[in-house]
Ligand binder design. Structure first.
Ligand code: 0GY
Length: 305
């Protein structure tokens, strides 16, 4: 019996992903992925809102190699709360090929922050998605920012489009770079040139050290996944949104798989087909190189030659 029972209806990650038709540029970074447990070794947090399947560092590294990525950025998932040990264990086992984004509370000690930095953590994540976390007061978040700023870290923010208006002033006040998860979760049934997505792009315009992950077509789509033989149609409703961001902010975009894809209800993507979406959102070699190599390297491995 495993220690933890998965949330009923939980979709396990897709074993045996296809080989992407799109060949990733050398040195490509999967800049958004997670590890879950294994629960027997790294227990899930008591305050979690879901219990996932296990998704270990070795399974993540196998996917990295299969898809053709060189590096990973492992983002702390809410099911592990502020216990970063599974993520840190992955960073330490990666031989310098993974960086991390942690969750910390204001009471974190300097020694704990130094240890996270030494392991490869370069940012903290503030999650505003109500189904994933209990709300944390802005004061507490500001205290965390004060603690991490001297380390040169950034703040990853995860929120849904309807909440941007209420959060915008706080975001603009953050004195370190921001990285937005999944394009601020637009409603892709709306116009990519309409007021909702314009408000999101305005955040990127107003705070020029804000980066954007053009990720998660599988999470945002309404039209659904690509047919196995039809990559032209891949997540066609999400592509125009991602493409707008890539075209206006080519030096501030990142891409990642989001493996092992928590909380998907409709379908679990084949990560090989997800990679095949990249040339649709970044149509030139130059844009692909920025998205997959130059930008994530500048943010997470600035000292690499
Ligand atoms: C994602 C998205 C989700 C979950 C988490 O930390 C998490 O639990 O990020 C989600 O459910 O939308 O980026 O993995």
């Amino acid at each position: 019996m495993p220690t933890f029972e998965k949330t009923p209806g939980w979709l396990d990650w897709y074993a045996g992903p296809s080989t992407p038709r799109f060949r990733l540029p050398e040195g490509a970074v999967d800049a958004h992925c997670h590890v879950f447990g294994p629960g027997d070794e790294f227990p899930f947090a008591p305050e979690r809102k879901y219990t996932p399947c296990d998704a270990s560092k070795d399974q993540l590294f196998a996917l990295r190699d299969h898809l053709g990525f060189a590096r990973n950025v492992v983002v702390q998932a809410t099911c592990h709360g502020a216990d970063n040990s599974a993520m840190v264990d992955a960073l330490r086992a990666s031989g310098g090929r993974a960086r991390g984004v942690a969750t910390v509370r204001p009471a974190v000690t300097d020694a704990e922050l130094a240890e996270l930095h030494e392991a490869g953590v370069r940012g903290v994540r503030f999650n505003f998605v109500k189904r994933l976390v209990d709300a944390v007061p802005t004061d507490a978040l500001q205290q965390v920012v004060e603690r991490i700023a001297p380390l040169g870290w950034h703040v990853v923010i995860y929120f849904e489009a309807p909440d941007l208006a209420a959060l915008r002033d706080f975001f603009l006040s953050v004195p370190v770079p921001l990285v937005v998860d999944h394009m601020g979760r637009p409603d892709v049934t709306k116009d990519p040139h309409g007021p909702e997505f314009e408000a999101f792009l305005d955040l990127l315009r107003a705070k020029p050290d804000t980066w954007c992950k053009v990720t998660c077509p599988e999470r945002l789509t309404v039209t659904g996944p690509p047919a196995l033989d039809g990559e032209q149609e891949a997540y066609r409703d999400v592509v125009p949104f991602a493409r707008r961001v890539v075209e206006e902010f080519p030096d501030r975009v990142l891409w990642g798989t989001d493996w092992p894809h928590p909380n998907l209800e409709s379908h679990m993507p084949d990560d090989g087909l997800l990679v095949d979406v990249v040339p649709h959102i970044a149509p030139t070699e130059k844009l692909q190189r920025k998205l997959l190599v130059d930008n994530p390297m500048r943010l997470y491995w600035p000292d690499a030659s």
